[in-house]
Design a protein around this ligand. Structure first.
Ligand code: 13P
Length: 250
């Protein structure tokens, strides 16, 4: 069976004391043990988070990284550095990185390779903007994001990949894709992977949905056959709400 995963993307939120508070509250929650739970504090608090969560099953991931291992790249952080503070997983390709920091598919392909080269797991994000959907171009665009950013990897690399479909129009807007829209796209993603690789790989990869997932809509979205969990923004900043989402699988 595919892994069920709920990851909280904290984005640029929570200073040190807020990180400590949120994780302490999270540790008090009863979380479904069948769900892999991930939190992603900003870089400066990863080490603190790792230490706070060391004895729990909650994992710590980073929100981004550079593709080089070290050198003159002011302001950047490498895979090796993340691993040195206990981080094994990284989000790559988030739409905010693409939109505000100019990250394109070619750059993301390099970052994915760097993560794989360091035996890290990548949560690879992609998704269309509202104009793409209105123009009926959303399937083509998603396929292109996968082909150019991810499909250079080998078959064996797929065990280190989690996908996160996040329609940009649903992020932070309160507007979610309907469960049927999510299912339709997730099924398309699996078909695209099956064509490029194999049915086994397509059926084995976890595909998360992201975009305004809340306690009141998570169960219906997670109930769809090709949705294996969620990448949660705003609602991951409240331990009670996040726990309800983790526990929303039927
Ligand atoms: P929201 O849940 O706040 O819409 O954010 C989704 C997201 O961008 C997760 O990566």
């Amino acid at each position: 069976m595919r892994k069920r995963i709920v990851a909280g993307n904290w984005k640029m939120n929570c200073d040190l004391s807020e990180t400590d508070y949120l994780l302490s509250r999270l540790l008090e929650q009863d979380l479904d043990p069948k769900v892999e739970v991930i939190v992603t504090p900003p870089f400066v608090n990863l080490y603190t988070a790792f230490n706070l969560l060391k004895t729990s099953s909650i994992e710590v991931a980073a929100q981004n990284m550079h593709f080089e291992s070290n050198g003159a790249y002011t302001g950047e952080v490498s895979a090796q550095m993340l691993k040195s503070v206990g981080v094994q997983t990284v989000i790559l390709g988030h739409s905010e990185r693409r939109a505000y920091f100019g990250e394109d598919n070619a750059l993301l392909a390099k970052k994915v390779s760097a993560a794989l080269g360091n035996e890290m797991t990548t949560i690879f994000c992609f998704g269309e903007e509202l104009e793409d959907r209105k123009a009926g171009n959303h399937f083509n665009l998603v396929k292109q994001q996968l082909q150019e950013g991810l499909f250079h990897i080998s078959e064996k690399d797929w065990s280190h990949i989690v996908l996160a479909y996040e329609p940009v129009w649903a992020i932070g807007t309160g507007e979610t894709a309907t469960p049927d829209q999510a299912q339709e796209m997730h099924q398309f993603i699996r078909e695209t992977i099956a064509e490029a690789y194999s049915t086994d790989i397509a059926e084995g990869v976890s595909i998360l949905y992201g975009g305004s997932v809340k306690p009141n809509n998570a169960a219906e979205i997670f109930g769809k056959p090709d949705v294996d969990g969620g990448l949660i923004g705003g609602a991951s900043l409240d331990a009670g709400n996040f726990a309800q989402i983790v526990n929303a699988f039927q």
